[in-house]
Write a protein that binds this ligand. Structure first.
Ligand code: NAD
Ligand code: UDP
Length: 337
């Protein structure tokens, strides 16, 4: 049986993926230091999947813990979600990000190799592309991240490309996510950032539920159809399915695969506001203010390679993204606490 260690498995994308792994009959171990998630998630995952998992509260930088997990449990693959992801914080505290995301990943990979675990899926990001001068990103688009967070993702990708050369038996998938949104259809798991949300969708949903007064829209003067920024929002359930497809693909090909996980259909900030108003029946007050430094006007995935290599494509549209986010937000206005 496939036994998977999921780092960061109580986080937003990890929790949705773990439900899918358990539901597909896999055994799952989760390692998370709870720096950006809650232990409450474990019970919710078990309820949704009808299966139990083994949870280890700890850090990927804790070599002794990783070693004991790998010695006591015969895992055959790792899905590596654990990481810090706030772009602004990464600029203010770069060493914290290099230590957690890069040094932490090195400890994990060393212990995987020691335990002869050869299959790995890594959470990369569209931020590795930077600003190539056009909006539709293919996997061959030049890599040039514009912030520390993006550089940590590119560094880990580079490490894994070199690792694959030195260890041809490894099977590695680098999945570059675009903008994950949405929640499990039940409303039992979803995204609830600690503090003020940086990302658009959690901010909109907190305005809708009354926790925040109004949305600040960063820039209304871009050369886009309505002047606001365009992004490729992808439902977290589709992302979770992408990980299952990647595990399956790796089991058939002894290779390193790099794919975008996006829909290929960009939406503007105002499109998201209007879709959320429709899904929730709530008015979302907003104010258009200046552009956020470092933001690009528009980018989205070319999802063709993911379809070809993984046989995967996103299925859920903007209405489901908003309806599912709203159900989660309404049922859990304070998140998991
Ligand atoms: P998240 O913060 O909800 O989940 C990450 C989890 O990792 C959290 O539960 C956190 O407690 C845990 N964690 C962090 N550092 C750890 C460490 N050193 N040891 C053990 N656990 C640790 O974030 P998410 O949105 O689920 O993102 C998952 C992965 O996907 C991250 O690597 C992120 O960079 C990447 N990603 C996210 C997005 C996004 O917009 N959400 C986009 C592209 C890529
Ligand atoms: N955005 C916004 N107000 C917010 C948060 C985000 O107008 O409070 C905009 C942002 O400028 C971008 C889009 O929403 O055009 C998506 O931003 P997010 O931070 O969610 O993702 P990313 O910048 O990583 O693509």
């Amino acid at each position: 049986m496939n036994k998977v260690l999921v780092t960061g498995g109580t986080g937003y994308i990890g929790s949705h993926t773990v439900v899918k792994l358990l539901s597909a009959g896999m055994e799952v171990l989760v390692l998370d230091n709870l720096s950006n998630s809650s232990k409450e998630v474990v019970g919710r995952i078990e309820k949704l999947s009808g299966k139990s998992l083994q949870f280890f509260e700890g850090d990927i930088r804790d070599r002794a813990l990783l070693r004991s997990i790998f010695e006591r449990h015969s895992c055959n693959s790792v899905i590596h979600f654990a990481g810090l992801k706030a772009v602004g914080e990464s600029e203010e505290q770069p060493l914290k990000y290099f230590d957690n995301n890069v040094a932490g990943s090195i400890v994990l990979f060393e212990e995987m190799i020691r335990a002869r675990i050869h299959t790995l899926i890594f959470s990369s990001s569209a931020t590795v592309y930077g600003d190539p001068g056009y909006a539709c990103y293919q996997e061959s688009t030049p890599l040039s991240p514009m912030n520390t967070y993006g550089r940590t993702k590119l560094m880990v990708e580079d490490i894994l490309r070199d690792l694959k050369k030195a260890n041809p038996e490894m099977q590695i998938a680098l999945l570059r996510y675009f903008n994950p949104v949405g929640a499990h259809e039940s409303g039992d798991i979803g995204e609830h950032p600690f503090g003020v949300p940086n990302n658009l969708m959690p901010f909109i949903s907190q305005v809708a539920v009354g926790t925040r007064e109004k949305l600040m829209i960063y820039g209304g003067d871009y050369s886009t159809p309505d002047g606001t920024g365009l992004r490729d929002y992808i439902h977290v359930e589709d992302l979770g399915a992408g990980h299952l497809a990647a595990l399956h693909s790796l089991s058939e090909n002894n290779s390193l695969i790099t794919v975008n996980l996006g829909t290929g259909h960009p939406y503007s900030v105002l499109d998201m506001v209007h879709a959320f108003e429709k899904a929730s029946g709530k008015k979302i007050p907003y104010e258009i203010i200046g552009r956020r430094p470092g933001d690009l006007p528009e980018y989205y995935a070319d999802p063709a390679l993911a379809k070809k290599v993984l046989g995967w494509e996103a299925k859920l549209g903007i209405d489901r993204m908003c309806a599912d986010t709203w159900r989660w937000q309404q049922q859990n206005p304070q998140g998991y606490s």
